[in-house]
Design a protein around this ligand. Structure first.
Ligand code: G6P
Length: 606
């Protein structure tokens, strides 16, 4: 996704902007550019990586104020010209923009009729022209930006500079994140705290409709009707070091390997051994309220949605409340019935996924009670919900989610335990789950020691054109996430099915060229699952079984045996080997592991 960085202060802006852009690379992009202001605007932009941009920025590219951007093409192909920043015709105004201007064609036609000449195919360029038209007569750059944004329909995070006002940067947000970073006699802004943490931990999140004026000695924020707003800075606990690969070859492997620690962080201080309950201070719900819900509806996108399916299963089993998960992207478009006795739970690693945010906003509009399970403190979804659980998993950089997925499932186990214990879950079952949760970090450690064997298996299966993933009930979301991981990082086609549904259609696909990964925990469905393996083998299908015991060689070609926990919590552990499997398949196939083609870490557009 597009990224924005802005700087104003005493230092040279270009190196800071380039460094910041590098920190945003993980979000996915196709071109990059910077502008600095120093007796006029100087600009460089290229199709390609931030390193390609750095190579064309001359040594004498001086200026103590500037804006930078990484672009993910929406309007117009990736090219030098379409890269941001975009300048007004007189080169007085420069703009970088995230999001989509829906009425760009209409605005462009009007501006063209009025003599404007456009250089790019982007929606963003209209903003540069619009601002330039009013800036001369406006009292401030902020006023000109506000006037231009009033004419825009759509979403934006923008940063704007004016060659005639070399001491300030104006930023604004509507649906696309902007975070201010407060330094010592310098100010920063970015679309993601990742670009800021090297310079400051003091941040301010803009709300939708807000605009900020940044100067070296401070900032002011305003609502859309130009009233000044008061903002409390927040201290982020993510450090620059969290964004390094830490000696691993890829972020993905680093993040998979961190999971004993990140799961321990999600659990820290939340388990009660006396009453066998989970303490989740951020829920903002008393016991009576917790007992009042008759249904739970979970929404999220991608891996967040699959972890929500694990969550629904956990809540239904432990709290006996009917629960289900749905992609937030679908939920928001189908005019859902919002019920007062349903607890809604929105899941997001980034806290910025537009579809999830829009679904939360729709729920709130209709009076729904929404909790968030979010990794990024202070993010848009975290601010929007009524309460929730932070994952504390640290920043996730690789596009494919692993540690956030696992921590979300753990957070759901905590929530399910909490809801269960204020309802019918017995103290003995509560104790069993508390103990199971405590055992997770050590057991994940054990699973990580299987890596050499998983690497070997990934090498063996990775050249298949297509793979089937199957699981039953608790194992089904595990299979779905396993298939998702494999396809997104290795580009091997993978399909997940409930094992029980195989014979109702997909069995027709099974043959030697289509191996199956089968999730087979030692639960009450073991025999049913083993029967399915027999059916696959009878059609010449190869089987890699992931479960709690070695299978009869007539039923599985290969087995990965993981430690056993409580049956309700086993899906969390069974997912881990599939992450390593996808990782090593991607490496074996020479893929761009951390930045798979066509994907972005955080999808902040519709
Ligand atoms: C993108 C990413 C996925 C992620 C999804 C939801 O599609 O590529 O890996 O699961 O967004 O992201 P979120 O930040 O809301 O969890």
């Amino acid at each position: 996704m597009c990224g924005i960085v802005a700087y104003v202060g005493p230092k040279d802006a270009a190196p800071i902007l380039l460094e910041g852009l590098q920190r945003l690379e993980y979000r996915g992009y196709d071109s990059a550019g910077v502008v600095v202001s120093n007796r006029g605007l100087k600009m460089r932009k290229v199709k390609g990586r931030v390193a390609d941009l750095a190579a064309v920025v001359p040594a004498r590219f001086k200026g103590t104020l500037g804006i930078g951007h990484t672009r993910w093409a929406t309007h117009g192909a990736p090219s030098d010209v379409n890269a941001h920043p975009h300048l007004s015709a007189d080169e007085r105004i420069a703009v970088v923009h995230n999001g989509i201007i829906e009425n760009a064609d209409e605005l462009r036609a009007k501006l063209e009729a009025d003599g404007a000449v456009f250089l790019s195919e982007t929606d963003t360029e209209v903003l540069a022209h619009l601002i330039a038209r009013t800036v001369e007569d406006a009292e401030s750059l902020a006023e000109a930006v506000r006037a231009a944004l009033k004419r825009v329909v759509g979403t934006y995070g923008v940063a704007v500079v004016d060659a005639q006002r070399p001491g300030e940067v104006v930023v604004a947000r509507n649906g696309s994140p902007i975070v201010l970073g407060i330094g010592e006699k310098e100010m920063f802004a970015a679309s993601d705290v990742a670009a800021l943490v090297r310079y400051t931990r003091q941040v301010v999140h803009l709300e939708d409709g807000e605009l900020a004026v940044l100067k070296a000695d401070g900032f002011n924020t305003f609502s859309s009707d130009a009233r000044e707003t008061a903002k409390e800075p927040l201290t982020v606990d993510w450090e620059a070091g969290h964004y390094d690969t830490g000696g691993y070859e890829h972020y993905l492997l680093k993040e998979i390997s961190e999971q004993p620690e990140t799961v321990a962080r999600t659990l820290r201080g939340r388990l009660d051994d006396r009453f066998h309950i989970a303490h989740l201070g951020g829920l903002n719900m008393d016991a009576r309220e917790s007992r009042s819900f008759r249904r739970v509806k979970i929404i999220g996108c991608g891996s967040a949605y699959y972890s929500g399916q694990i969550g629904a299963q956990l809540i239904e089993e432990l709290a006996r409340i009917p629960s289900d998960a749905e992609p937030a992207s679908e939920f928001r478009y189908r005019s859902p019935v919002v019920e007062p006795d349903t607890l809604y739970v929105a899941i997001s690693q980034s806290g910025e996924t537009y579809d999830t945010l829009a679904a939360v906003q729709e729920l709130k509009r209709k009076g729904g009670r929404v909790l968030g399970i979010v990794n990024t403190v202070g993010s848009a979804i975290a601010r929007e919900v009524d309460g929730g659980v932070y994952l504390h998993a640290g920043p996730e950089v690789s596009v494919a989610s692993t540690k956030a997925f696992t921590s979300t499932a753990v957070a759901f186990a905590l929530l399910a335990l909490h809801l269960g214990r204020v309802r019918d879950l017995s103290p003995a079952d509560g104790r069993r789950i508390v103990q199971g949760l405590r055992a997770l970090p050590g057991q994940i450690e054990e699973i990580l020691t299987l890596e050499p064997r998983i690497k070997e298996l990934a090498g063996k299966y990775a050249d298949s054109p297509s793979m089937m993933f199957v699981g039953r009930v608790r194992g089904y979301p595990v299979a779905r996430e396993g298939a998702q991981k494999l396809k997104e990082v290795s580009y091997v086609h993978a399909e997940a099915y409930p094992a029980s549904e195989l014979k109702h259609g997909p069995l027709a696909l099974i043959g030697p060229e289509m191996p199956t990964v089968a999730i087979v925990p030692d639960d009450e469905l073991l025999d049913k699952n083993l029967t399915t393996l027999g059916e696959i083998r009878a059609r010449g299908g190869r089987v890699l079984m992931v479960g709690h015991r070695e299978a009869d060689p007539r039923l599985a070609d290969d087995c990965l045996v993981v430690p056993r926990n409580e049956i309700e919590l086993d899906p969390i552990l069974l997912s881990i080997p599939l992450q390593l499997f996808a990782y090593h398949a991607a490496v074996a196939l020479g893929r761009d592991v951390d930045k798979p083609r066509n994907l972005a870490k955080s999808v902040t557009v519709e």
